[in-house]
Design a protein around this ligand. Sequence first.
Ligand SMILES: *[C@@H]1O[C@H](CO)[C@@H](O)[C@H](O)[C@H]1NC(C)=O
Ligand SMILES: *[C@@H]1O[C@H](CO)[C@@H](O)[C@H](O)[C@H]1NC(C)=O
Ligand SMILES: *[C@@H]1O[C@H](CO)[C@@H](O)[C@H](O)[C@H]1NC(C)=O
Ligand SMILES: *[C@@H]1O[C@H](CO)[C@@H](O)[C@H](O)[C@H]1NC(C)=O
Ligand SMILES: *[C@@H]1O[C@H](CO)[C@@H](O)[C@H](O)[C@H]1NC(C)=O
Ligand SMILES: *[C@@H]1O[C@H](CO)[C@@H](O)[C@H](O)[C@H]1NC(C)=O
Ligand SMILES: *[C@@H]1O[C@H](CO)[C@@H](O)[C@H](O)[C@H]1NC(C)=O
Ligand SMILES: *[C@@H]1O[C@H](CO)[C@@H](O)[C@H](O)[C@H]1NC(C)=O
Ligand SMILES: *[C@@H]1O[C@H](CO)[C@@H](O)[C@H](O)[C@H]1NC(C)=O
Length: 660
Amino acid sequence: MLLWWWSSVFLLCIHGFRAQQTYVDNRQLACEQNFTEALGYTCNSSPACQSYLTFRSQPPLYNTPFSIAALLRSNPNDIAAINNFNSTSDIIPANTIIIVPIRNCSCSGGFYQHNASYVLQSTNETYFSLANNTYEGLTTCQAMISQNTYNYRNLLVGNNITIPLRCACPTANQTAAGIRYLLTYLITWGDTYTSMADTFGVDDIQSILDANELSPTHIVFPFTPILIPLTTPPTGINNSATPATPPAPPVIPVAPSPGGGSSSKLVFVGVGIGVGLLLIVSLSGFLVWFFRRRKNQNQHNLPPPKHFPPKVMIPSESKSWSISSEGIRFAIESLTVYKYEELQKATGDFREENRVNGSVYRGIFNGDFAAVKIMKGDVSGEINILKQINHSNTIRLSGFCLHQGNTYLVYEFAENGSLSDWLHSTKNTKNRKNGNDSVLGWKQRVQIAHDIADALNYLHNFITPPYIHKNLKCSNVLLDSNMRAKITNFGLARSVDDNEDGELQLTRHVVGTYGYMPPEYIENGLITPKMDVFALGVLISELLSGKEATTTTGAPEKEEDKDAVVVNRAQLSEMIKEVVGGENVREKLVAFMDGDLKGEYPLELAYSMAEVASKCVAADLNDRPYVAEVFVVLSKILSSSEDWDPSDELEHSRSLSIGR
Ligand SMILES: *[C@@H]1O[C@H](CO)[C@@H](O)[C@H](O)[C@H]1NC(C)=O
Ligand SMILES: *[C@@H]1O[C@H](CO)[C@@H](O)[C@H](O)[C@H]1NC(C)=O
Ligand SMILES: *[C@@H]1O[C@H](CO)[C@@H](O)[C@H](O)[C@H]1NC(C)=O
Ligand SMILES: *[C@@H]1O[C@H](CO)[C@@H](O)[C@H](O)[C@H]1NC(C)=O
Ligand SMILES: *[C@@H]1O[C@H](CO)[C@@H](O)[C@H](O)[C@H]1NC(C)=O
Ligand SMILES: *[C@@H]1O[C@H](CO)[C@@H](O)[C@H](O)[C@H]1NC(C)=O
Ligand SMILES: *[C@@H]1O[C@H](CO)[C@@H](O)[C@H](O)[C@H]1NC(C)=O
Ligand SMILES: *[C@@H]1O[C@H](CO)[C@@H](O)[C@H](O)[C@H]1NC(C)=O
Ligand SMILES: *[C@@H]1O[C@H](CO)[C@@H](O)[C@H](O)[C@H]1NC(C)=O
């Protein structure tokens, strides 16, 4: 493990000679982890150069050229001149972006930096608060920890802290392209690639991406620095043209300038909501969705599924929970509207023996089974989604009924119940629904995973607007008479509106099921299609292991440790990563696999499944594949599984057990 880490660092260094600088990627939030990106920009060309920083005026302390110069150890006259102030004591309005010239950005300890110093003034100041709040992201807690002797736990008022401010010098490659300076800009809410490029008069947006080794689909974060390559010294910034800083929660959408004549359109939206976050532990923070669409075909670094650029939108927080007549009216056009009496007749007046699960009843309409689900309040959202969805791996809605404030949804009936009944009931007999002891075989499991991916691929990529299911889990996967999977329960699904480019979808109300929710959703409420990919990875892990998404491993010792319940829950998403990582993968995988399979599965294909599942549950959503990619992998596994003969493996495992 350590070896692996060192070799990556080594590779990174080798790479560093040719590469530009690596974007910090919110790693500055994990103060106790020593990431190279967080320590600074690596020295990869000339030992020193003229450079520029940006700083946002911060009343009451840092809002004149003089006080900003003192904080950043720059020259007040330079600051006043470049930003067109008359004097070094001009009061600068809050959040105005100031360009701060650094005459000598130089290399120390392998990183480009400009040292400032700061004397601690209050007991509540920490390396993190200095880096993030006082210095606005121009440095990181990691860089300060590594260059100061003061232990971060014992900082005292009066300590004189070295502040290594991030700056960088152009590489030979950049110099060859005419770039003379790199300016450290601090990303904030509402920035777009276009606005950043406009602000600094950069014509080639690709040069910004290159300078920070970013791909167009990579998410970047506010309060982190990004390098802007400049061919001429910067002049003062027109602050009235730059976006406003603090967002009014939950979101500020930033529409890209339409038809800007340019062949590339870049959108970059910032949004913030606060979810109590632990700075040191988590890599969370506020997210910015940063993406770009290129019509320019000479770019080969486009995201794989071109028909679905990562795009997110805003939740309607204020959605009222009354029956919306408009929603129902849309639905009526294509659905049967049932009379309550018909439902009573079909379900035997909602008799207990017709109850399938929770508030879902089995009914017979014209000789065919159907499921009737009783829901309180407004479900027009779900009705409208289901009515548009027409895919064999999603449960079809055939009609509905409104009666005394309840909505009754009539769905196609899935004879074989939910996937969780099949996978988890043997371990948890009270859930046993399928009556017999039959167990899902390998091919059935692969088919189910494939079906789920097929349905998600359809939702994400083949309908307009695309949908994010948001609540994919084992009990929301139903099995029909042929054991084919159909996903259901679109109550939380959100559309990704195609017309509104680049809006970020966030929610304050994190609802869902622990074990299936990705970290960016739990921590920040960020909703993206990658959320479904995470849940898909958990589902595949469940299909492989028969284990539940979370298993409680210990009760909290103290009442006030209620949050610890979550910590104590073993997450399947973590287990699967453990299985495919490191050594003894074969043994770990065999141990992980569902005992009910009795060894009757092709180990190589099981490994491929486990591998794709572990990629799907990557903590960083940028590392997760798109569902279209997962679908392709599962299709291959499915076709290989069809050629696989269980008796081969049985022989194999028998000979193994005889051999023991
Ligand atoms: C961080 O890593 C560097 C080498 O990459 C090492 O020199 C330094 O001591 C480490 N710092 C901490 C705080 O672990
Ligand atoms: C600078 O001086 C000019 C003319 O004296 C004046 O119009 C302008 O408002 C001053 N600017 C500031 C920021 O004080
Ligand atoms: C810049 O800083 C480096 C390191 O402190 C020093 O060696 C160099 O002489 C300085 N260059 C200028 C032009 O001040
Ligand atoms: C620290 O406390 C001071 C008041 O004593 C307050 O003004 C400042 O905002 C606090 N800083 C942080 C980082 O909490
Ligand atoms: C970092 O600083 C910004 C701006 O002052 C603030 O809004 C944000 O909450 C800070 N981040 C954290 C994690 O404290
Ligand atoms: C910046 O400060 C660090 C720590 O005090 C020191 O090691 C380094 O040499 C300084 N760099 C420059 C360019 O002064
Ligand atoms: C803090 O240290 C820096 C350099 O290490 C020095 O230039 C500065 O004068 C010191 N500040 C105080 C208040 O002692
Ligand atoms: C910069 O490097 C990239 C790849 O590392 C290369 O494709 C490009 O041609 C180089 N540009 C210049 C101007 O050398
Ligand atoms: C600054 O930007 C605003 C808004 O885009 C524009 O109206 C104004 O003319 C610009 N001012 C200057 C000096 O460029």
